[in-house]
Design a protein around this ligand. Structure first.
Ligand code: NAD
Ligand code: MG
Length: 396
């Protein structure tokens, strides 16, 4: 509280991955509530131009670019301002270490793990979009959250929905949690048609506008598999108490079923600004500035069981959770490489799950205990996944 104005002090914010889809939606809400927030740091991978635009508007203390190649251009563009420019993983960690009260973790992939853990170590509020942190290093990550007294708020729409209706005080009365899945753009496609899918088709999600990697994950349904692992760590639920149900309209964002037969759900338009605003305002509600949901215009909502045959990624993720140890780290890293190979036109859509499965079968399962162990397993899984021969290449 400011002693002179009597108004609350602005919340000090850091956005890791500010130039991405979740990052931009976060910036959008902040820009429309400028008096309530003070942005301390922004980070990006390569997109220095967008970082410059955001920095000129939000005047952070520091901006960090993961890829040092763009450092000079970024520095030159911000010359004459008070904004400090840093680069590389150390630069991202420096951004995460600044003294903000609230951090949006919206880097994509395991690349976000180190900087997000830096934020966790400060014991502040961490809004977590970067689900790969929990998939790759879930136990380690949740132990750090507990050890440092951080407040972890899920941004992923399903987990945010569950968070809103999950009675933490009566967890023993929760029968199961039910994650909804849109099913992605190929929900009704045959397996042979899915073999010819192009990257452009795979990133065109029917309901959500998202970054390329998560869009492909949604199309393979690996995204839902990753979300089972994410839910397991966030809510401490075993695999058998986490169900998946396909709901093509993406309006019911997830559900919690209690012993008495009650099922609580959170509904809303498919707009990430809603869960982001939930975490930005937390513990209070604030406007997300999104279009209201008109249920009468929708008329009806559909639900169906997922198809494990056309979407083998679901089985792979579930089995990695049950196997434990290094398996989730390997699954995540191999999937990141397989998605990159597909997006680069170097493998087919159906190769994604098979690259992940082969990588899992070729690596020993030595449970990682430290962050360095996780990074070593991650690097080895990337190496193996990158070398796996696929149909059309020379025989293995
Ligand atoms: P995106 O690709 O649009 O943006 C990713 C951000 O991370 C960008 O700012 C990019 O510059 C940065 N980045 C990429 N690679 C990096 C690296 N190696 N090092 C440092 N920074 C890097 O991704 P997105 O769709 O915004 O997703 C971000 C995270 O949020 C992902 O983990 C995703 O699964 C999760 N998520 C996204 C949505 C969504 O609607 N987009 C919904 C739920 C969860
Ligand atoms: Mg989700």
């Amino acid at each position: 509280m400011n002693s002179q104005t009597g108004k609350p002090e602005p919340r000090r914010i850091t956005i890791l991955g500010s130039t991405g889809s979740v990052g931009e939606s976060t910036v959008d809400i902040i820009q429309r509530n400028l008096s309530a927030y003070k942005v301390l740091a922004l980070t990006a991978n390569r997109n220095w131009e967008k970082l410059v635009q955001q920095a000129k508007y939000l005047s952070p203390q520091l901006v960090a670019l993961a890829d040092p190649a763009g450092y000079k251009k970024l520095s030159d563009a911000l010359a004459g301002t008070d904004i400090r420019v840093v680069a590389g993983t150390e630069g991202l960690c420096e951004a995460a270490s600044l003294d903000s009260d609230w951090v949006m973790a919206a880097i994509v992939g395991a690349a976000g793990l180190r900087p997000t853990l830096e934020a966790v170590k400060r014991g502040v509020v961490v809004a977590l979009a970067n689900k790969e942190c929990l998939v790759s290093a879930g136990t380690l990550f949740m132990n750090a959250v507990a050890a440092h007294g951080a407040t972890l708020l899920p941004v992923d729409s399903e987990h945010n929905a569950i968070f809103q209706v999950f009675d933490f005080k009566q967890k023993n009365k929760i029968k199961k949690i039910i994650l909804t899945a849109s099913g992605g753009p190929f929900l009704k496609w045959t397996e042979s048609d899915m073999g010819a899918v192009t990257p452009a088709q795979a990133v065109a999600h029917p309901n959500w506008s998202m970054g390329a990697k998560i869009s492909v994950d949604s199309a393979t349904m690996m995204n839902k598999g990753l979300e089972v692992l994410e839910a397991h760590h966030l809510f401490g639920m075993p695999s058998e108490k986490i169900d998946i149900i396909v709901h093509p309209q993406s309006v019911v964002h997830s559900l919690v079923e209690y012993d008495d037969g009650s099922i609580l759900a959170q509904l809303g338009s498919p707009d990430m600004r809603i869960p982001i605003a939930y975490t930005l305002g937390w513990p209070n509600r604030m406007s997300a500035l999104s279009a209201p949901l008109d249920l009468t215009a929708l008329g009806s909502l559909q639900f169906e069981a997922p198809d494990p045959v056309r979407f083998p990624a679901l089985r792979l993720a579930r089995s990695a959770l049950q196997t434990g140890g290094a398996a989730p780290t390997i699954l995540n890293a191999a999937n990141e490489v397989a998605v990159e190979r597909f997006l680069a036109g170097k493998s087919t859509f159906l190769d994604i799950a098979s690259i992940v499965e082969k990588t899992l079968s070729r690596m020993p399962n030595q449970p990682p205990e430290t962050l360095e162990d996780v990074m070593a397993v991650d690097a080895e899984a990337r190496r193996i996944a990158g070398e796996i021969k696929i149909f059309g290449e020379a025989a293995e």
